[in-house]
Design a binder for this molecule. Structure first.
Ligand code: USQ
Length: 400
């Protein structure tokens, strides 16, 4: 299939371009290379050094024997998006091109507005370009499990059956996102759903959990093909940060009690699930929602898994609690349902420990790079808009 990846330079996008090419698909994509700038704005960089654009293109060609049609450009520019689709004529568009960080979006008014304008405009441009250029193409849109928040009931895949005043319907499950970034994804979901109704577009909205991992089994060893791995407070996700902290002997930074629960997905499973969604398209007019995750854990459980795996390979890993810079529920029910992906062949990688071991061993090679940014490991972006570094809480370290 011809697959266009919007956001092809990012953590997921660059890995997916290679994975899907290895699966026999013809891949093209676009990216404004902004992730590199946002992370630099956080005064950080990827723990795994990543190649620049030209080096990546040369390495891709050397590995796969073909040029990658990767256009550097801004997807908030409608003419650019339209031209990309006109030239490539994709069967599927995987849309990953968004600012993905909750803390970055909570920095201040400027970042909140920018996040929403950027993310919502890009999605609208892609929807319009599909309608105008390739109306039969299938949109696989990356949403987030965070759109749902933490309701006190099971989380269905997008819709649920409701009975009210004696009548029944299947309705949009309430979304209750916890940051301006997550809210931007809720707006995108609504807009995408709307276009399946008015223009008969076909769309899969992926409610993806927190992704972790440095690699996937088939990833090439060429350093210019490696994908990024962020560990700063904005662009590093919890397990990725914990692994980076573990290799430099910094205590793992549990926010508050750390009892928040999330759904998690190894990078390798994210690649597999996105490919399955592309290969099994939605029908015309269909809006499908996939809850995309392997397993749910509390953050504190994961911290202790990182600690025990770290100990196995000789790292002395401490776990500490810091005052929570976010406004979020710490004690809550959490039970997302995942059926749609299983139906099309997804079998989760359940071995989180092995995945964490691979990550730790990978990151040990880049210990000095993380060490040089150690001062960034404790967060200071707070949900009330202030900037104050979190303090260690006087909670005893739990012994596993
Ligand atoms: N947390 C810690 N310590 C840390 C970092 C995070 O305790 O050092 C906690 C947070 O307070 C939160 C949980 O871990 O309760 C998850 O935080 P995260 O930064 O790993 O994930 P989140 O902000 O939710 O965002 C990430 C991605 C985002 C994606 C989302 C999926 O950055 O793009 O949409 O995961 S989900 O979490 O399901 O919404």
């Amino acid at each position: 299939m011809r697959v266009f990846i919007a956001g092809i330079d990012g953590y997921l996008g660059w890995a997916l371009a290679q994975y899907m090419t290895q699966q026999g698909h013809t891949v093209a994509g676009a990216d404004a290379l902004m992730r590199r700038q946002w992370v630099a704005e956080m005064d950080s960089y990827s723990a795994i050094p990543i190649a620049n654009h030209e080096e990546r293109m040369a390495a891709f060609e050397a590995e796969f024997g073909t040029n990658l049609d990767f256009r550097v450009g801004d997807l908030t520019d409608y003419d650019f998006v339209k031209t990309c689709l006109e030239d490539f004529q994709p069967d599927a568009i995987v849309h990953l091109a968004q600012m993905p960080s909750a803390p970055y979006s909570m920095l201040d008014n400027k970042h909140a507005v920018w996040t929403q304008v950027n993310n919502i405009t890009t999605n609208l441009n892609i929807l319009y370009a599909i309608k105008d250029v390739v109306p039969n193409a299938h949109l696989v849109k990356l949403g987030t499990m965070g759109e749902y928040g933490q309701p006190n009931v099971d989380i269905p895949e997008g819709f649920f059956d409701v009975e009210f005043n004696g009548r029944q319907d299947t309705l949009w499950f309430p979304r209750a996102a916890g940051s301006w970034y997550h809210q931007s994804k809720v707006h995108d979901s609504h807009n995408t759903y709307f276009t399946t109704k008015i223009w008969n577009l076909r769309a899969t909205d992926i409610m993806q959990g927190v992704v972790f991992g440095t690699t996937y089994p088939e990833m090439n060893e060429n350093p210019h093909l490696r994908t990024r791995l962020d560990f700063d407070q904005s662009f590093g996700t919890a397990i990725n940060r914990f692994c980076a902290q573990a290799v430099v002997g910094h205590p793992l930074t549990l926010y508050g009690a750390g009892t928040m629960k999330r759904a998690f997905l190894p990078l390798r499973d994210s690649m597999r699930c996105l490919t399955l969604a592309v290969e099994n398209p939605a029908t015309a007019g269909e809006f499908r929602v996939f809850n995309q995750f392997a397993e749910s854990y509390s953050i504190v459980e994961l911290a202790y898994i990182v600690q025990s795996v770290g100990q196995e390979i000789g790292l002395d890993v401490q776990v500490k609690h810091y005052d929570n810079p976010r406004v979020e529920k710490e004690e809550h029910y959490y039970n997302p349902i995942r059926e749609n992906l299983d139906r099309i062949g997804y079998v989760p990688t359940t071995d989180v420990k092995s995945e964490i071991k691979v990550m730790l061993k990978d990151l040990i090679q880049f210990k000095e790079r993380i060490e040089a940014k150690k001062q960034l490991l404790v967060p200071d972006i707070r949900w009330d808009g202030s900037h104050q570094r979190s303090k260690e809480l006087n909670l005893p370290e739990t012994v596993q």
